[in-house]
Design a protein around this ligand. Structure first.
Ligand SMILES: [Zn+2]
Length: 211
């Protein structure tokens, strides 16, 4: 049986996606950024809700519909509370709603920079295999090979080589996983039996703790 060092990396993008919208202020297609604010409009027993964006060039606002003419009784009370209080966490999650953005914009800029929280799930004495489980609560425009290369200080060609010989495995296994964007539930397993600097080099990078 192989001995494992298991870690979980929770990855949160630093910047929300930016849709390109025809700007009514400065003209032409422009990148818009979420303002982190909600606008509500009550009409009798019905409610409209928008997330407000701003043109990065001229600051003109664009309101993205969250819902329109929704009967108050049909709105989840937790959602209503979040909207009415401008709950920053709820709004942040909504600003990563790529499906909703894709319905409004042909082009959406995503940003690869992520904050990473590393957590050790299991650390067996004399471990020879590293397993990294990814948790990605918000859509992140980061490719798996870029993430691993930068965090484990490896070249992407070395990663490819490890993958090709089966020393690096990714679950679930799909074609071209290394080039795909990171997603929750992915587990990267790296067999380091033949590597002598496991504890000196790999462990601090994987766990984020110095020796
Ligand atoms: Zn503008």
């Amino acid at each position: 049986m192989c001995r494992l060092l298991r870690v979980r990396w929770t990855l949160t993008p630093k910047t929300a996606p930016q849709p390109w919208i025809a700007c009514g202020g400065c003209g032409g297609l422009r990148a818009f950024q979420s303002s982190g604010k909600i606008r509500l409009n009550a009409n009798g027993r019905k409610l409209d809700a928008w997330l407000i964006y701003k043109c990065l060039t001229c600051n003109k606002t664009w309101n993205r519909v969250i819902f329109e003419r929704q009967a108050l009784r049909d709105i989840d009370p937790a959602v209503l509370e979040a909207l009415q209080s401008n709950d920053p966490e709820w709004i942040r999650a909504e600003s990563f709603n790529l499906d909703a953005l894709r319905r409004k914009a042909q082009r959406i800029d995503e940003f690869p920079d992520v904050d990473i929280v590393r957590q050790v799930l299991g650390d067996t004495e004399g471990w020879t295999r590293l397993e990294i489980e990814l948790a990605v609560p918000f859509a992140a425009g980061t490719r798996l090979d870029r993430l691993l290369a930068s965090e484990l200080k490896l070249s992407r060609s070395r990663l490819q080589a490890l993958h090709q010989v089966g020393l690096l495995r990714i679950a679930p296994e799909r074609s071209d996983m290394l080039r795909r964007r990171i997603r929750s539930g992915t587990v990267v397993g790296i067999d380091l039996e033949a590597v002598t600097d496991r504890d000196m080099l790999w462990k601090p990078l994987a766990t984020g703790s110095p020796l």
